[in-house]
Ligand binder design. Structure first.
Ligand code: AMP
Ligand code: TRP
Length: 355
């Protein structure tokens, strides 16, 4: 890792040679995470993960599959580990580099820092998180009617995920803006208390399409929790994608309905900018045939999904090697997290002894 924080002047292992401070050009850091709670959909991809992939060439990136977070809603203990690996293969298939990926439970310092942050997070602010309100309603109406303390504390652990790597940028969808605000507040309160600008205040990074809507109900966001028809699985087969786009809701009283707008956004997110412009123009002039729009959007998504599926198949042929690689990268990334936690323990007055 130290090498990747150095500029272009030295190649190879620079740990053993003297590098003047002047030549050290540290890359800005990026952190983002996703929960292993089922399929990856085009809301995740166009809203956040595409940015993860694009940022890798310029910046130092840390991307986590957050299994501690996935325990906060009622879940099946037999499925969690499989879901975690499944998501790892999905992320690799869409272009995330293995050396940037880690599994949260292999870096338990996240939970340790989360506990420390509980003491820097204001109760009233955490109580106000809309994701908690939505998910606790969902949890309450489930068969056990159970809301865990973990669900409440979720955003504090998220702050630890981000700050433990001193991330400058966090690429996420629009729904995460409140959690990012809370993260900055925790960092600020921590810095004030220890009398030092220790944590960087991270900046949220959105894609051009930070809120993809459900094609079945364009007034709600695309998400897994609303049920299968409300999301398009990135790895779905061609027929399924075509069927979902064909049945997309487009009607409304407005000039351009939310459904049509969402389909045009999907097309633009696929990189078909000229076609999007043309079709938007046609919609404005009232000449757009929705069947044509749906066909173009389905074709664009199918092209992407078939490439992703092929890559995933290829990775699955070397399942063990890929898993080993992710364990190694998690261990390497853990060193960064351990360093931060050690510094934090010093700053807040905890014992910090290496056994
Ligand atoms: P999740 O699947 O809820 O763990 O979300 C993973 C990432 O995808 C987060 O950065 C979310 O903000 C983003 N995301 C989820 N759903 C959408 C959506 N419908 N539109 C845009 N971004 C989304
Ligand atoms: N809360 C995010 C979501 O629901 C997932 C997440 C957990 C996250 N930790 C994070 C996102 C840290 C960005 C940074 O999608």
């Amino acid at each position: 890792m130290p090498d990747s924080k150095l500029g272009i002047f030295f190649l190879g292992n620079t740990n053993r040679i003297f590098v003047p401070q002047f030549f050290k050009m540290s890359k800005k850091r990026v952190l983002s995470c996703i929960q292993p709670t089922g399929d990856m959909h085009y809301g995740n991809y166009f809203g956040a993960v595409k940015n993860w992939v694009d940022m890798q060439s310029e910046l130092e990136c840390f991307y986590g599959v957050v299994d501690y977070h996935a325990m906060t809603m009622p879940y099946n203990v037999k499925k969690l580990r499989n879901n975690t690996w499944d998501l790892i293969f999905n992320l690799l298939a869409v272009g995330v580099e293995p050396e940037n990926l880690f599994i949260q439970s292999l870096v338990p310092e996240h939970a340790e820092l989360g506990w420390i942050f509980n003491n820097f997070a204001a109760m009233g602010r955490v109580e106000n998180m809309t994701q908690f309100k939505d998910k606790s309603l969902q949890s309450k109406s489930g068969k056990e009617g159970f809301i865990s303390v973990g669900l409440f504390d979720y955003p504090v652990l998220q702050a630890a995920d981000i700050l433990i790597y001193k991330a400058d940028f966090v690429p996420v969808g629009k729904d995460q803006s409140q959690h990012l605000e809370l993260t900055r507040e925790i960092a600020q309160r921590f810095n004030n208390q220890v009398g030092k600008e220790y944590f960087v205040l991270p900046e949220t990074k959105y894609t051009a399409t930070p809120k993809i809507m459900s094609t079945a109900d364009p007034l709600r966001k695309m998400s897994k929790s609303a049920g299968e028809k409300h999301y398009i699985n990135v790895f779905a087969d061609d027929q399924r994608i075509r069927k979902q786009i064909k049945s997309a809701v487009t009607s409304s009283e407005e000039k351009m309905s939310a459904g049509v707008k969402n389909l045009l956004e999907l097309l633009s997110a696929c990189g078909h900018h000229d076609q999007t412009k043309e079709l938007t123009q046609a919609e404005m002039e009232g000449t757009l045939r929705y069947a044509d729009l749906k066909e173009v959007v389905a074709d664009a998504l199918i092209e992407k999904s078939s490439a992703f599926r092929a890559k995933r198949e290829e990775l699955l042929e070397n399942k063990k090697a890929v898993k080993d690689q992710i364990k190694v990268s998690s261990m390497r990334i853990r060193k960064v997290a351990q360093q931060t936690v050690s510094e934090v323990k010093e700053l807040v007055g905890l014992l910090n002894v290496k056994f």
